[in-house]
Design a protein around this ligand. Structure first.
Ligand code: HEM
Length: 263
């Protein structure tokens, strides 16, 4: 990197403060853990114009990106992922949590109309929302206790997003039959609880999907084995769409993304 971007990056930090330190930020913990929260996955590629910009211009535009994120942090929780190099789906993924979907829309509109956002081409946007577990309350006490296994501490750099659609047949089954199959699903996942963190979003009616499944891990090999195990359970036979696309990226702070894109 040249001297100018380094100085420019330092200036960005001075101008907008560091990611996550503002007392006015949305209650991130609540948005990420509570039911009834909207989760949006927005995938973008950077257009060819971006690569042609000189470093100083890029820095100015990245400052604007930081500004837009800061401006909306009061209402939405924003996570960023680098897809470039790992996925042919896009360069960047934004995961946005909000109490109301229009707050996510306002953020994405401001992002797209910023000078940085003009370099972003939208590849896809998926929406879902979080709900209280449907089946877990009926599981055995042992399984409920197993589900509380503590995830191994440490950084989980990889994030995987898999959209799922189930068949009409699945939705036509009574709750008891579905619950029995979801117990089998859960039993198959138990060996991976310590290394794979998961989050489920319900999408029926909000998107051409039924679920968005989201995972974080440091052990992609475990994730691979987990999926193979799940493909063997009865519930999997009711899956009509698995992925298409599967999105794989690395989790990055805003500062890390700014630094990478400034180069
Ligand atoms: C650590 C790994 C995993 C664990 C512990 C886990 C556990 C669970 C549990 C307990 C439920 C029921 C939630 C409820 O009560 O509503 C569930 C639902 C679900 N899981 Fe998993 N799961 C894991 C991995 C996966 C993977 C890898 C996929 C597919 C990519 C997946 C797809 C789903 C889907 C689509 C549902 C919703 C099913 C429905 O409501 O019809 N899960 N999972």
């Amino acid at each position: 990197m040249t001297r100018l971007p380094v100085m420019g990056l330092a200036l960005i930090c001075l101008m907008v403060g560091s990611w996550g330190s503002d007392a006015q930020a949305a209650d991130r913990e609540k948005l990420l853990t509570e039911p009834g929260v909207y989760g949006t996955f927005a995938i973008f590629t950077l257009n060819e114009e971006w690569a042609k910009q000189d470093p100083a211009t890029r820095i100015v535009r990245l400052t604007l990106l930081k500004g837009v994120v800061e401006q909306h942090r009061e209402h939405v929780a924003i996570d960023l992922y680098l897809l470039r190099g790992l996925s042919d789906q896009g360069d960047l993924l934004f995961r946005i949590h909000a109490a109301e979907l229009y707050q996510t829309q306002e953020f994405l509109l401001d992002l797209k109309s910023s000078q940085f956002g003009r370099h972003l081409k939208t590849v896809g946007i998926m929406h879902g929302f979080t709900k209280k577990p449907n089946y877990v309350p009926g599981f055995s006490d042992q399984m409920k206790a197993d589900l509380n296994a503590v995830i191994e501490p440490g950084k989980k750099p990889y994030a995987i997003v898999i959209p799922i659609r189930k068949s009409a047949e699945w939705w036509g089954l009574d709750q008891e039959k579905r619950a029995t199959m979801m117990q089998e699903h859960t039993a198959a996942t138990l060996p991976y609880l310590k290394t794979v963190q998961r989050k489920l979003y319900h999408s029926s009616g909000l998107d051409d999907l039924d679920f968005i499944t989201y995972f974080e891990t440091s052990k992609l090999e475990d994730f691979h084995s987990l999926v193979l195990s799940l493909e063997k359970v009865q519930e999997f036979r009711y899956t009509r769409r698995f992925g298409h696309p599967i999105i794989l990226g690395t989790m990055k702070s805003l500062d890390e993304v700014v630094e990478l894109l400034a180069q």
